[in-house]
Design a protein around this ligand. Structure first.
Ligand code: SIN
Length: 525
């Protein structure tokens, strides 16, 4: 098998992978592999922005308190403090790299938006295309950097460990040649993003199949808090639209939620109404839909003019128009959809996992900053701060880890995937995601989770068999990861016999102090 060597292997090309790579390239060569084209990532679709304390009307203490309150007792204060306090320095670096953010009329101060759960306006944004702006500028900088190589169409399959258990590289499927290759590295950094695709309805793009969590778990890494899947309250509801987020920032600018009869309902659920944290708003919408039997609710921002909306929310405005909704004239049909994984590969604030040689940053990881419910726009912030810290850590330890000269591991899956009928994978792909949506959604019960466990297990058994028999294709690898991550979410959910933040169990409607700790899962060998 062909082996390629690099100093640092970064898997994924969202904000975490790119920002980290730019920093690491100051002292090391970096290879980024990414499974589609480079911009394809959750970052590209982030609308709202980055929460950070930028002026005297706000304070670090307030931002910390809001984050801790939203996290329902599971946030790690040290992680929250570090991310919040180091945020402004990282935003300044983005600006230096050419990232544009919305500014006031004078052009000197940043214009700050408001989102649910925040007690101050502190969202730095670029209209509703903040993620796109960051992704594109970071990619420009990466492409200009001679110490960074970026390879598209390369799907990471599984980590390579040496006999001592140290992670030394990764098997990569080269989508151009159809071959599996080994890349060895002194350090492997997972920056693979989220796992929204384990659900039928999600705001995430196709790439979000939980690959990093699955690879890390199979290699023996600890994964934490996977029951805390955040459902974004407002995704566009339309039969022809797979995933169009309607930013929370609309509610920050005064949009109200109405049921199908046009009545406002959030006052019945929380005094903060539309600006309550996401777990509360998503659950309220879910209950409202179940009560009325409607397939969606409505988000009404008709109080704002067309001119204002097309300037502040150009992406949402234009995309809704494409489907016949002029948001200045009529309310937007919306439903909650899977959006963000608060749990992930357990790391410290330098991105270190429990496996030597393996680091993780961004949505794939869990620092415990978000606890049981992430506060809106805290995730890009966390990705920037931890990526910076991870690069600083490796700078101090660069070169300590020797290179692996040969890979003694035979790649297990062989065969020709083209001989497998497409319908077999397609069927299980849809089935797994529907099971997760129906049984492991916003409101859960022991009964539903038990059924999900059985059914997901069957899919896992089938896919593992097919994988060994037919070998690697993109669909096969992604479905294998979807099935595994789904099973880990189900196991985590079953083990938490209480309701807390994003995990709501009808059998245990109250929060139980006995569960004020992380859910950690690790492969038992
Ligand atoms: C949004 O714009 O509503 C998404 C922001 C986030 O998830 O942090």
């Amino acid at each position: 098998m062909e082996i390629e060597k690099t100093d640092i292997l970064v898997i994924g090309s969202g904000v975490a992978g790119l920002f980290f790579s730019l920093k690491a390239a100051r002292f090391s060569d970096v290879l980024i592999v990414t499974k589609r084209d480079a911009p394809s990532s959750n970052t590209l679709y982030a609308q709202g922005g980055i929460a950070t304390v930028m002026d005297g009307s706000d304070s670090f203490d307030l931002h910390v308190a809001d984050t801790m309150a939203a996290g329902h007792g599971l946030c790690d204060r040290e992680a929250v403090e570090a991310v919040v306090r180091e945020g402004p320095a990282r935003i300044a670096e983005l600006i230096e790299l050419g990232v544009r953010f919305a500014r006031d009329e004078t052009g000197s101060a940043l214009r700050l938006g408001r989102e649910g759960g925040h007690s101050a306006s502190r969202i730095v944004h670029y209209g509703d295309m903040t993620g796109r702006e960051i992704e594109n500028r970071l990619l420009d900088a990466v492409r200009d950097n001679r110490r960074i190589a970026i390879r598209e169409n390369r799907l990471a399959i599984d980590l390579i460990k040496d006999p001592g258990g140290v992670v030394r590289g990764c098997f990569i499927f080269d989508g151009d040649s159809g071959e599996v290759r080994a890349v060895t590295a002194r350090h492997v950094v997972l920056a693979t993003g989220g796992a929204g695709k384990i659900y039928l309805y999600t705001s995430n793009p196709d790439v979000a199949t939980g690959d990093g969590i699955a690879m890390a778990y199979r290699a023996g890494a600890e994964v934490a808090n996977l029951e805390f899947v955040q459902f974004h309250p407002t995704c566009f509801y339309h039969p022809d639209v797979k995933s169009l987020l309607i930013s929370e920032a609309l509610r920050g600018e005064g949009a109200v939620l109405r049921n199908i009869r046009g009545e406002e309902f959030m006052q019945r659920w929380d005094p903060r109404k539309e600006l309550a944290p996401r777990d509360v708003v998503a659950r309220a919408i879910d209950m409202e839909m179940k009560r009325s039997g409607a397939k969606h609710v409505l988000l009404d921002i008709t109080g704002r003019s067309r001119e204002w909306l097309s300037e502040r929310f150009p992406y949402v405005h234009e995309n809704c128009l494409k489907y016949g909704i002029d948001i200045s004239e009529e309310p937007i049909p919306v439903v909650p959809a899977a959006h963000y994984m608060c749990g992930g590969v357990k790391i410290d604030l330098q991105g270190r996992t429990n496996l030597d040689g393996l680091l993780a940053i961004g949505e794939v990881s869990c620092t415990d900053m978000h606890g049981a419910n992430r506060l809106a726009s805290n995730s890009l912030l966390e990705a920037l701060v931890v990526s910076h810290r991870c690069a600083e850590h490796l700078r101090e330890h660069a070169g300590e880890q020797p290179h692996l000269d040969s890979v003694n591991v035979a790649f297990p899956a062989r065969g020709d995937p083209r001989t497998l009928e497409t319908v077999i994978l397609d069927h299980d792909w849809d089935l797994a995601r529907r099971i997760m949506w129906d049984y492991v959604g916003i409101v859960r019960s022991g009964k539903r989770l038990g059924i999900a466990r059985e059914r997901i297990r069957q899919i896992q058994e089938t896919i593992e068999r097919l994988y060994r028999e037919y070998g690697v294709s993109v669909d096969m690898v992604e479905l294998r990861n979807i099935a595994l991550v789904s099973s880990l979410v189900v196991e985590s959910a079953l083990s938490r016999k209480e309701s807390r933040g994003l995990h709501y169990m009808i059998d245990y409607p109250d929060t139980d102090p006995a569960y004020s700790r992380d859910t950690i899962i690790r492969l038992q060998e």
